[in-house]
Write a protein that binds this ligand. Sequence first.
Ligand code: ADP
Ligand code: MG
Length: 382
Amino acid sequence: MPALLPGTATLGVLGGGQLGRMFVHAAQALGYRCIVLDPDAISPAGAVAERHIKADYLDPVGLAQLARDCDAITTEFENVPALALQTLAGMRVVAPAAASVAVCQDRAVEKAHFEAAGVPCAPHAVIGNDIELAAVDPALLPGILKTARMGYDGKGQVRVSTPAELAAAWEGLKRVPCVLEQLLPLQRELSVLIARGADGQIVNYPAQQNLHRGGILAVTEVPAPDLPAEVQALAVGAARQVAEALDYVGVLCIEFFWLQDGRLVVNEMAPRPHNSGHWTMNGCDVSQFELQVRALAGLPLPEPRQHSASLMLNLLGDLWFGDAGGPTPPAWDRVLALPGTHLHLYGKAEARHGRKMGHLNITAETPEAAHAVAVQAAAILG
Ligand code: ADP
Ligand code: MG
């Protein structure tokens, strides 16, 4: 397919969240028009796109409008029904493909894909009925029971130590299909973002180090402090292998556990730009959102060049609820007085506990300098 040249085409996005919003910003910078399809009347991406189609993801009229008026379509949300992407693919260029997204939507299928691609993941068992429950190898305990579908930010997960706890937890999760994973001794968590074009060209960002709090990403640091070169190379190699095996088109994020014994195992993947890649908006010469736009439009994918040590702080709604009771916005004027601070807010009207309101990127000449600014910013944020 010939490239959709900047300034001449319209790109569609399924989903109206912050990832869609930042995709739209990147697409508009290149002169594309954007249409967002999202069921909510008010959404972060719908507010900035040229047009918002308010429709359910499987609404045939909405999908037909999107296909009619867009030249190519992507998704910002991995739980968009794969059927919606499949329907659109019959009419327009769609990336990532429905089949790739479907693999990422189900932890059991995803893990089977990792194994088929030759990339190790956590020891696990699939639980979909009483026979599979009874057959679980006790060596997987203590473990984490995760719903196979629809989990995110640590939701749909229960830690279990005994077979009795496992059975009770599965009942508690309404006996939906689940994966039990062995609880692994983590040294650190890493992720790697790659972008792959329809022609097979593939580029990657360096490994990102992620710290989660309460199951939600809190901090990403790049470069990952003192990461051995061989672990970096293993992670990038595995991410590329997973993408190749999927014949993936677009930006893909692969999360890893680096274990205390030095092994690297893959955790999960997301078929889209990722929270742990937001630092690329300020720390690199090309952001993950621009790469997603380029991959979708069939444009060349430049190898990203990191020009600054980077640290990202996720900004949850909790920061709006200080001593005063709130909600009151944090003292952004003081935060932005710190060197190398770049604030990104997602335009969400109401702050709520646990809600992703934005992120703060910090860039500096050295990781130590970025870290020092982050400590100051965190003190202001409270
Ligand atoms: P989500 O889709 O909610 O991001 P994850 O599978 O990534 O789900 O799990 C969320 C977090 O829980 C991980 O980032 C990690 O901190 C922890 N975790 C998940 N699985 C394991 C495991 N097998 N061993 C140890 N920690 C885990
Ligand atoms: Mg995760």
